[in-house]
Write a protein that binds this ligand. Structure first.
Ligand SMILES: Cc1cc2nc3c(=O)[nH]c(=O)nc-3n(C[C@H](O)[C@H](O)[C@H](O)COP(=O)(O)OP(=O)(O)OC[C@H]3O[C@@H](n4cnc5c(N)ncnc54)[C@H](O)[C@@H]3O)c2cc1C
Ligand SMILES: Cc1cc2nc3c(=O)[nH]c(=O)nc-3n(C[C@H](O)[C@H](O)[C@H](O)COP(=O)(O)O)c2cc1C
Length: 454
């Protein structure tokens, strides 16, 4: 039996426990509520940092700019093509870091965005969006930072509010990432005290001397301008991968780019170079030096320009290599790298569609192509001056459409290398003709349409 006073104490204890539990659950409720509110605030406060970049400079700058945001500001980093209607609808603040290619065109990973949102057909109101554009380009081109300006104007027309004017940067002047990021931070109000780390841009890579050790004329008698197979040798062993570009500095300081035609072996870099001759008879600075003016053993400066948009996929994944003329360079590097990767296995997952002019005089690298065929590579040649059967590479794609589509169904990656106007535009048009818009964009978004075009 318990006494009355014990009973009172027990009731008081039960009451205290009850009050304690109530207070605890109320505190929990308040804490949870507060967290949810914080979550909502930070979701709304996510800054979009989007980039369109071919050779990685704009991408590196975008990453760096994002890293410079105040530690409490969450961000989302995306290639421009992945910025869709939902992302635009849910973003309040954005930074776009974009370079320009062709003649004022977007890099490949911004082309689908440009088609959707900047052609005047998109009607969503973007007045909730505040943005800045960092525009990378080169004053050597007529439409300096053309795509950056197109993007700026397009977003403004859709109602988005610019926080800064377009922030231009020129490759020939040497991009200055710190200056650009500070400019953006000051003008946009995204100031942070985070220490500015150096992005790794190609301008920080060192040039090394390279000796011309071999030069072979590939097309004597061709109706096209002379093209040469060039070998350069550096003192130290060099590292690069198929898809990378050689940046050459010629006497006088002019810089030119050449797709690398070989795999990283020892310290020899091979190129395929077309001679440029002006109407008055003189030769282009770079191609003139490489194909005629320089003697064997003469030296120039070389550095590797990484070109990740044109890198290899696993050698077991089918690949269709399409190119004409000197575009063979970038494709050859890939085919050689694949041959190395598969070893004794056949090259059966590779298809080369190569175009030149004259079937007799333009049999570029004929014996090497025959070896690749023996190794299992499928070869299709197109000659535009063939009297019986004049063809361009895009004609071959159409003639073999069924097989082409079946390769794509099996997951093939398309590599296009060479002239932008003469060949790549034609290939692009045929591809868009063969595929629905959704299929075409899927190909791009899956990074199965890789280009090194100039
Ligand atoms: C990513 C990339 C990869 C490339 N890969 C290759 C490759 O693998 N192989 C290859 O051959 N090329 C390649 N190129 C092109 C190469 O970089 C050079 O543009 C090409 O060799 C011409 O340069 P050049 O110095 O010989 O000619 P330039 O001196 O630059 O002259 C080029 C053209 O400019 C005009 N021009 C310039 N000065 C004059 C003048 N005084 N009078 C009249 N016209 C003039 C002419 O039309 C002339 O043909 C690539 C380019 C890029 C961007
Ligand atoms: C083939 C080619 C075409 C280019 N066309 C243009 C152009 O039309 N306008 C421009 O301002 N810059 C042009 N550029 C310069 C690039 O935009 C510049 O080098 C930029 O830094 C590249 O950035 P990325 O590494 O992010 O692709 C061109 C460069 C190349 C190689």
């Amino acid at each position: 039996m318990i006494s009355d006073s014990q009973r009172v104490w027990l009731v008081l204890l039960a009451l205290a426990v009850y009050v304690f539990i109530c207070v605890l659950s109320w505190l929990n409720h308040v804490r949870r509520n507060k967290r949810t509110q914080q979550q909502i605030i930070s979701d709304e406060g996510v800054v979009l940092v989007a980039y369109a970049s071919q050779t990685g400079t704009a991408e590196a700058l975008a990453r760096q700019s994002a890293a410079q945001l105040d530690g409490n500001t969450p961000y989302q980093l995306l290639p421009l093509n992945q910025v869709n209607e939902d992302v635009l609808a849910n973003t309040r603040q954005a930074l776009f870091v974009v370079s320009t290619y062709g003649e004022g065109e977007p890099p490949d990973n911004g082309a689908a965005f440009a088609r959707h949102f900047l052609k005047g057909t998109f009607e969503q109101d973007l007045s909730h969006l505040q943005f800045s554009v960092m525009a990378l380009g080169d004053k050597l081109y007529q439409q300096f930072c053309g795509f950056g300006h197109q993007l700026y104007q397009g977003l403004t027309e859709l109602g988005a509010v610019a926080l800064t004017p377009p922030l231009e940067s020129c490759a020939s002047d040497g991009h200055n990432p710190q200056q650009l990021i500070s400019q953006w931070q000051i003008l946009s109000g995204f100031h942070s005290d985070a220490p500015l780390e150096e992005p790794l841009l190609n301008t920080e890579r060192e040039f090394v001397p390279a000796k011309l050790i071999n030069r072979r004329w590939l097309n004597p008698g061709s109706p096209g301008a002379p093209a040469f197979f060039i070998s350069l040798q550096t003192q130290q062993a060099f590292d690069w991968q198929a898809g990378d570009i050689a940046e050459l500095k010629f006497p006088g300081g002019e810089i030119r780019h050449y797709s690398i035609a070989s795999v990283a072996k020892a310290n020899i870099i091979e190129l395929i170079v077309r001679q440029h001759r002006f109407a008055e008879g003189g030769l282009g600075i770079g191609s003139g030096w490489l194909t005629q003016h320089a003697d064997l053993q003469d030296q120039i400066e070389l550095r590797i320009k990484p070109n990740p948009a044109f890198y290899a996929v696993d050698a077991t994944v089918p690949a269709i290599f399409i190119g004409s003329g000197t575009g063979l360079a970038g494709l050859r590097a890939h085919i050689l790298e694949r041959a190395q990767a598969v070893g004794e296995q056949p090259l059966a997952t590779s298809w080369l569609i190569f175009g030149e002019r004259d079937p007799q005089k333009d049999a570029w690298l004929q014996s090497e192509m025959q070896t690749w065929q023996q190794q299992g590579l499928q070869l299709s040649l197109a000659f535009s001056r063939d009297e019986q059967n004049p063809d361009y590479v895009q004609d071959v794609m159409l003639q073999q459409q069924q097989q082409f589509l079946s390769w794509l169904e099996q997951g093939a990656v398309i590599y296009v290398c060479g002239s932008r106007k003469g060949m790549a535009h034609g290939v692009d048009a045929v591809l868009q003709q063969m595929l629905s818009q959704t299929q075409f964009e899927k190909l791009i978004n899956q990074q199965r349409y890789r280009r090194d075009i100039y």
